[in-house]
Every structure is written in C-alpha cells, then in structure tokens.
Design a protein around this ligand. Sequence first.
Ligand code: GTP
Ligand code: MG
Length: 452
Amino acid sequence: MVAVGNVNWIKKTQDRIARLAGQTIRVGVTGLSGAGKTTFITSLINQLENHQRGLLARRSPFDRLVSVRWQRDGVANPFPYIEALGALSATPAHWPSSTVDLARVVIDLQFRPDGLLKSLQGSRSVRIELLDYPGEWLLDLPLLGMGYGQWCEQMASLLESEPRRSLAGDLRDRLGRIDPGEPCDPALLGQLTADWTAFMRACRTEAGLSRNQPGRFLLPGSGIAPDMLAFVPLLSANRFSAGGQGSWWAKCEERFNYYRDFVVKGFYDEHFSQLDRQILLVDMLEPMQAGQAALRDLKLALEEVMGSFRYGRNSVLQRLFSPRIGRMAICATKVDQVAPAQQRSVQQCLEDLVTDSLSDVRHGGVEVQGFPLAAVRAADQQGETMVAGLVGETAYVRYQPVTVPSHLPLDLEFAGPRLLHLRPPGGLHRNEPFPHFRMDELAGWILEGRYP
Ligand SMILES: Nc1nc2c(ncn2[C@@H]2O[C@H](COP(=O)(O)OP(=O)(O)OP(=O)(O)O)[C@@H](O)[C@H]2O)c(=O)[nH]1
Ligand SMILES: [Mg+2]
C-alpha cells in the first residue's frame, strides 16, 4: 500500500514533469483589490476564443491555433466567465462584480504543429491554468513571515500616521488601552473585530489605501469558521509580549496563528507556490489620482507582496522539486483612461514606484517585461491628449485626463490625473474580440517558449 503522503508527492512530481514538458503553464495573476484581475481573465478567454479575428490572428503562435476550450466541467470552483460576459454585454454594460471567492480558470489550446514536424505530428495541446481571487487576500501573504507580536507592532506603527490615524478614530485608543495579560472579554473582542473591519473598509474606500489586514475580514470566502476570524492587533503589545491562558494575548495570538498557518499558508501553498510565470496587475492611475499617501501605501503593499514570492531560475533538478517563477510581466492596468501617448508614462511611473523590488526580481534571474494594459478598452482616444467614454447610464463624455509625468518624482508629490469612472463600451459580444490595449502581446508572452 502506498502512503497518502507518497501519493501526493508522486502526483506533485508528475504534475511538475508534465509542466516542464510544456503541456501546462501555471500563471499567477497577482493584483490587489480592484487591480483588474477578473476583467483581465475575462478578456483573455475572450481574446483566445476569438483568436481567428482581431490582433491575435496576426500573431505567432496564434496563427497556428486550431481550437480553444475554456474548461467548465471537472474544474472545482470554475471561473464565472458567462456571468462576467453577461455584465460586459448587458445594456447598459457594466463591469464584472468584485470577486468574493476563489475561482479556477483552465484553458486548453490546440495548435497545428509547425515546420518540419508538420506532416508527422497531429495537433499539440497546451493548458493554461490561472486563478482568480479577491485581491484583499493577497495582502495577507506578508503575514507568513510574521509572529503575532510583530504584526501588532506593525499595525501600531501604521496607525500612528495619517490618514489611518484619523480614520481609526477612538479605535486606536481602545485597542491601545487593552492589557494583553488581562483576561479576554469575548463580547468586547467581537465588537473590536467588527470595528477593525469597518476601519479597514474605510481605509480602502475613503483613502484608497492598500495595506489592509487581515484581508479575510473584508471577504472571508468559503471554508473558514467565522469564530476563527475574531482577533485584533493589541496596539500595546510587541514581539516580547506574553499572556496566560484565556488572556487577550493568548486568544488573539492563537487565532492569528491559525489564520497565518492554515488560511494564508493554505492559499499560498495551493495556488502560488508552483507558478511558472507571474502577471502582476497594478491599477496605478487611481492612487496617482488619490495622491502621495495612497501611492506610498501601494508601494509598500507591492513590495511586501513581491517579497512573498520565490523568484529565479535554478537547475532543472532543483526546479523539479522547488519550482520558481521564471518570468514576470508587470502591467499598469486600465491605461485606456489616459491618452495613448501617456500610457507608457503610467507604466514607467509604476516601474519607478517598485524599482527596488524589480531589481531584486531581475537579480534572481527572472525576465521582467512591462505591458501597459487595457483588458477592455472603455475609452476612445481623441487626438493626442483627449479621451472619451460612457459615464453613468448614457452620457458620452470627452475629457482631458491631465498629463502623467514621464517619471514618478521621488517624493511622490505631483498633480495626478483626473479620471472619470467609465462604463464598458456598448455592443460587446462573446463572439467578437473585445477592444483592448496589448492583450495580444500579453497572451503571446504567456505562451512564449512553451508552445509546441
Ligand atoms: N477603463 C477600464 N477600466 C477597467 C478595466 N479593467 C477593470 N476596470 C475597472 O476596474 C474595476 C475593477 O476591475 P476588476 O477586474 O473587478 O478587478 P479585480 O482585480 O478583479 O478586483 P477584486 O475582485 O475586487 O479583487 C472594474 O469594475 C472597472 O471599473 C479596463 O481595462 N479599462
Ligand atoms: Mg475580481
């Protein structure tokens, strides 16, 4: 009889060998909440399904693409492609809903063989696997390297500066007054957890801040006992604190550890530890509009998230057992909102914001490529500096989003772009490729070096 552990190991190794042989490409779509992950995945499936039309038709290897199958059956938690299409093609059109749980995407591509092998081989297939999830969860990855006391210290320091200090109001004092060694009051802990969740929501919606932990407080997803999601940072505690059984410290630390070791680690192990390549999607425009504090928070959030991944190539043998991300695409999303000449500047500002992290990634031998992206082009370009798009129910508005600097100033202080919340364009249909910017380039990048 083969032990369960061995079976898992054999399965993992088989998966790994299959992946190295080129049949399966696991792509990590990494993006904070609202970065554009769901819209990107929807557009990617749409572009592939309509590969015979639009820009993909003229791009290798898609000119050899025979068929595309987005897998619906046999996939646990399949991606709600039809629902997303329904939203985009409704009248009036609207964007897909924000993601509340995990969804898997499996796309099978069949290619005609190329060159000398043409007459000898039948069609060859490649599978692309992606995952969609609420962006809030990504912010929890940095918790993996942290103890509860360190987290308390980090939260205390975050709450010292504006705008978090004002947004927290008296919650900061109430959390600071609790003696970690005193017996825990479960009713008060429940109230404080609810208040902390409301505070996190305000940080996100009122100030455009990114670093909001624990992410599952905002979106728990399925499979987590609500009781375990009741803990708060004790702002007077630090990494040297302690407390006996039943104390505030013991209760909060126990739940934090569960959250870190089962919820966050489970998510990471299952979905991020085995990636071949990574697509980092960043909405750079909204924080540029919101200003310095939002940009600073985004910078730290991205640095922390990127610090959670293992980048770099090793020898084939090491790669078999300890896979690493070999390629990364970094994409400023929704760049249709600015004039075409400014799209590269938005991308440059993003790369300026995370220069140090990108250097680290490149230093690990990872190829990094930048793509200023619009998964679904909502704005029409009007001349050099103007754009126009649908706002509200029917209004078609023409506007000038103000110049984006060609580089991000070091102090992150500048007049940001003025944006309008655009609706998706009218008349989208599943069987026509959606208008976009550079989705074809990115689709090509996903397959580069791995298609038959
Ligand atoms: N103009 C424009 N807006 C976009 C585009 N993609 C996304 N958006 C806008 O950004 C919002 C968020 O996009 P989503 O795809 O839901 O982002 P997400 O990363 O899946 O967000 P969560 O599910 O909350 O983690 C959408 O509701 C649109 O308003 C795009 O290509 N162009
Ligand atoms: Mg989403």
